[in-house]
Design a protein around this ligand. Sequence first.
Ligand SMILES: [Zn+2]
Length: 222
Amino acid sequence: MRKLLNLLLKPIKLLLRGIKALLHIFAKLLIPILVWMLLTLLVAEYVLKPQAPRLPPPPRAPTQQEVLETLRTRAPMKIQLMYLLLVKASGHQRDLNGVYVIPDPRWNAFVTNRNEIYFLSGMLAEIKNDHEIAYILAHEISHVMLGHTRKDRVPEDSRFSEFHSDMMALVLMQKAGFDPCKASGLWARMAKRSGSQIVTSSHPDPVQRAHYTKLPQCEAKK
Ligand SMILES: [Zn+2]
């Protein structure tokens, strides 16, 4: 009986021994195989695969200030002298930072948060006299005087601040020796071309502006 059992178990024992030997060989080979795979991967990744050329980082979009600085030229000497007279009359010499022209066919002028005044060339082209230039300069300087260009200001209706600046400009240009009566044609002309080339949504209606910037003494002079 015992002999028969031994006879039956013998192949199983042999099989187990075989498996053990295989595991032993495999364990010895495992580390070299892993190293080989790793080396192959590294070679494939860094030697065989062509490396994409290293490109410089994409350029960032220029800021509004940078665009203005690229486009602008200093305003003509006459405008700069008028600007200096008006700035002196405003008492804000320390706050204002120059007057510039940028090439743009539209009829507009503006002042930035840095208190730099810009004329679009389209506006300069249609100016009829120095008093009109003085009025536009005085309007932009008034925005600075009234604190409209301050970054920390509480936003208000832009038409309201435009009205304030228009009124202040009349006083300021008179103080600097210009004649507000001779600037009133500006709004009448603007009203005529309203809706075509100018942006009116953030500004009072030019017809209204022509009306409220007409001073009583101007009527008397006629
Ligand atoms: Zn304005």
